[in-house]
Write a protein that binds this ligand. Structure first.
Ligand code: SAM
Ligand code: SF4
Length: 327
C-alpha cells in the first residue's frame, strides 16, 4: 500500500484500551471512562481486517494496547494471527507484568520471537511512583525469562522525564554492556491530559550527550529490515544497542510505514493526528472484503506528511489517550 511516497507495510493493532497499570505519562490525570465492551473490536473482526490488510501488502503486525495481556483469550487470537501466511513478523508491546515463563514459552511456540517491554526505572519504589503499581519484580523477571528463552531482540522502551527518572539514564543504558537488549529512549509526547508537564520532556540530544560523557562515543548501528524509527547506536564493547525514538526533536514522518487499528475499530493513519476512519461499523453492517479494502485505502490517503507536535506553540494534542490508540 502506498501513502504519498511511503510504502505502508506495518499495522499496529491495539486490542484493548484496558490496562492494569496507571503510567503517569500515558493515563489521563482526570477521570476517564473505558470503551464499552460492545464497542471494542472483537477478535474475529480484527482478524478479518488484518487478513485484508495483509492482502494489501502489510507484512508486519505489532499487537499493543492498553495492556494486550489483560484481554481474555489473547493466545487463541495470536494463534490465528500467526496463521496468516504472508505475515513475516508479529511482535507485541507489553508492560510485561502478566507474563510468566509458561506464557512466554507459549508465545515462542506460536512463532513470536520479538517482544518490546516498557520499563522506565530500575528502582522498584520509583517504578510504583511511575506506574501506580508495585510490579517491578514481575516485569524484571519477564524481561530476563524472555532473554533466557531466546526472545531476540528483547527491546526495552523507557520514557525519560525530568525530575522523575532522568537520574537513571546511565544505569538503564549500562544494561546494554551486559545483555544484548535494545534499550530505546522514547521522547515523551504530550497527549491528552496526562499528569506530566511538557517541561518534564527530556529530548534525545540531552540523553545522548549524557551517555557519551559517561560511556564514550556512541557508534551508529546500521538499521535492519525489521527496524522501526529508532536511531540505533552502540557503546564500545557493549552486547546490546541504545536506540532513540525522536517523535519530537526529529520527526520521522517521511519514513513512517505504519497504519494503526484502534481498539474501537477505527483506522488511524497517524498516531499524532486525530483523523480516524471507521471500519468496524461498515464491517458489522455487512461490508464485503472489497468494500473494507477500499476503506483501508481511503484511510491511507489521509496519512499526513508530518505531524505538528514539535511546534513549540503546541501544548499537546487533546486526543483520546494512548491506551485506546496503542502507542
Ligand atoms: N501497555 C503496553 C506497554 O506499556 O508497553 C503497550 C501500550 S503502551 C501505550 C506502548 C508504549 O507507549 C509504551 O512503551 C509506553 O512507554 C509508550 N507511551 C505511552 N504514553 C506515552 C507518551 N505520552 N509519550 C511517549 N511514549 C508513551
Ligand atoms: Fe498501561 Fe502501557 Fe500506558 Fe503504562 S504505558 S499505562 S502499561 S498502556
Amino acid at each position: 500500500m502506498i501513502a504519498g511516497n511511503r510504502t505502508i507495510n506495518y499495522l499496529r493493532i491495539s486490542i484493548t484500551d484496558r490496562c492494569n497499570f496507571r503510567c503517569r505519562y500515558c493515563i489521563p490525570s482526570t477521570p476517564f471512562s473505558v470503551i464499552e465492551h460492545e464497542k471494542i473490536a472483537r477478535y474475529e473482526e480484527i482478524l478479518r481486517i488484518a487478513r485484508i490488510a495483509c492482502n494489501l501488502g502489510i507484512t508486519k503486525i505489532r499487537i499493543t494496547g492498553g495492556e494486550p495481556f489483560v484481554r481474555k483469550d489473547i493466545f487463541s487470537f495470536l494463534e490465528q494471527l500467526c496463521a496468516i501466511e504472508s505475515l513475516k513478523d508479529i511482535s507485541i508491546t507489553t508492560n510485561g507484568s502478566l507474563l510468566n515463563r509458561e506464557k512466554i514459552e507459549k508465545l515462542i511456540s506460536l512463532g513470536i520471537k520479538r517482544l518490546n517491554f516498557s520499563l522506565d526505572t530500575l528502582d522498584p519504589v520509583k517504578f510504583e511512583q511511575i506506574t501506580g503499581r508495585d510490579r517491578f519484580q514481575q516485569v524484571w523477571d519477564a524481561i530476563f525469562t524472555s532473554h533466557e528463552l531466546g526472545i531476540s531482540p528483547v527491546k526495552i522502551n523507557a520514557v525519560i522525564l525530568r525530575g522523575i527518572n532522568d537520574d537513571e539514564i546511565e544505569a538503564i543504558t549500562a544494561l546494554t554492556l551486559k545483555y544484548p537488549f535494545h534499550i530505546r529512549f522514547i521522547e515523551y509526547m504530550p497527549m491528552g491530559d496526562s499528569a506530566v508537564e511538557k517541561q518534564q520532556q527530556v529530548l534525545t540530544q540531552e540523553i545522548k550527550t549524557l551517555i557519551e560523557s559517561r560511556f564514550g562515543e556512541l557508534k551508529p548501528v546500521k538499521k535492519g529490515s525489521n527496524d522501526g524509527p529508532a536511531k540505533k547506536f552502540q557503546i564500545r564493547g557493549a552486547k546490546g544497542i541504545v536506540g532513540f525514538i525522536t517523535p519530537i526533536s526529529s520527526h520521522f514522518c517521511a519514513e513512517c510505514n505504519r497504519l494503526r487499528l484502534t481498539s474501537r475499530g477505527t483506522l488511524r493513519p497517524c498516531l499524532l493526528n486525530n483523523y480516524e476512519k471507521d471500519i468496524i461499523n461498515p464491517l458489522r453492517n455487512g461490508a464485503s472484503d472489497d468494500e473494507l479494502k477500499e476503506i483501508i485505502l481511503a484511510a491511507l490517503t489521509k496519512k499526513p506528511s508530518f505531524h505538528g507536535l514539535s511546534d513549540p506553540s503546541t501544548k499537546g494534542i487533546p486526543i483520546s489517550h494512548m491506551t485506546s490508540i496503542g502507542g
